[in-house]
Design a protein around this ligand. Sequence first.
Ligand code: CP
Ligand code: NVA
Length: 308
Amino acid sequence: MNHFLDIHTTDPTALRGMIDSAIAMKQARNGRPKGTPDDDRVLDGRMVALIFEKPSTRTRVSFDVGVRQLGGQTMVLSGKEMQLGHGETIADTARVLSRYVDLIMIRTFEEATLLEMAEHATVPVINGLTNRTHPCQIMADVMTYEEHRGPIAGKKVVWAGDGNNVCASFIHAAGQFGFDFTFTGPQTLDPEREWIDFAREKGVTVAVERNPEAAVTGADLVVTDTWVSMHDPESAKERRHNQLRPYQINERLMGLAKPDALFMHCLPAHRNDEATSAVMDGPHSVIFDEAENRLHAQKAVLRWCLGV
Ligand code: CP
Ligand code: NVA
């Protein structure tokens, strides 16, 4: 049994295996109807709980569809409607759910909640986003890059904007998959030092560049995300917008990247804030492939967790 808690805590060989398996599973479906199961229904008879303490469109639907394509069943649970939201401990919730289901996916606020769930569950736990990281997203992003452009190793990935949870998992992936990473944004929104040190110790270059033009020049992949995340206070919004406006990905900035550079955004986006619609719908953008690949990448994660 394997938990999938983060990219930096998962073995790089396992991560590579999951990306390759995701691409193979996507190809094997080859356009068949989305509601039909895969030929090998490896989750036949298995039940998966999907717990959400924050809103979600992609994570919720892609996990639900993915489990069903693998032949399993799901139940989607809202944190607020569970006793968890009314004082039952995470540990007791983990022990109880482990008696009913074969795997738990949780989207939550504090990383400590995820870790406590994993510590006390006797079934695998998957991180569906915390305030600190979003590993499933970046598995889909690595898959998407490689589908379009081949190996991501050695490439230059530039993150513009807030050094948030999605950025954190991208930095972990830089270390584990061997690509260079540049963060560009204001100092107050820098990614955590711990993550930068992790990737550097793995031997890749992690740069922090305040000038967005200098950062994006020569990029193979340009990535951004919302300026205000679900866990950020609404009161942060105005200041963030003022600070981050110079880091908006528009056609001028995108034009400084390599001619064949890709543009990614995990979505949901605030169009014409962090990225213009011209870029999001433009020739470099692969945002909807990213969204689709959540499905395929997470199927690979589910299989790895359950060893099937
Ligand atoms: N990218 C992502 O995780 O989207 P949702 O919040 O819709 O799940
Ligand atoms: N950084 C965003 C990602 C949403 C998928 C958030 O945490 O709200």
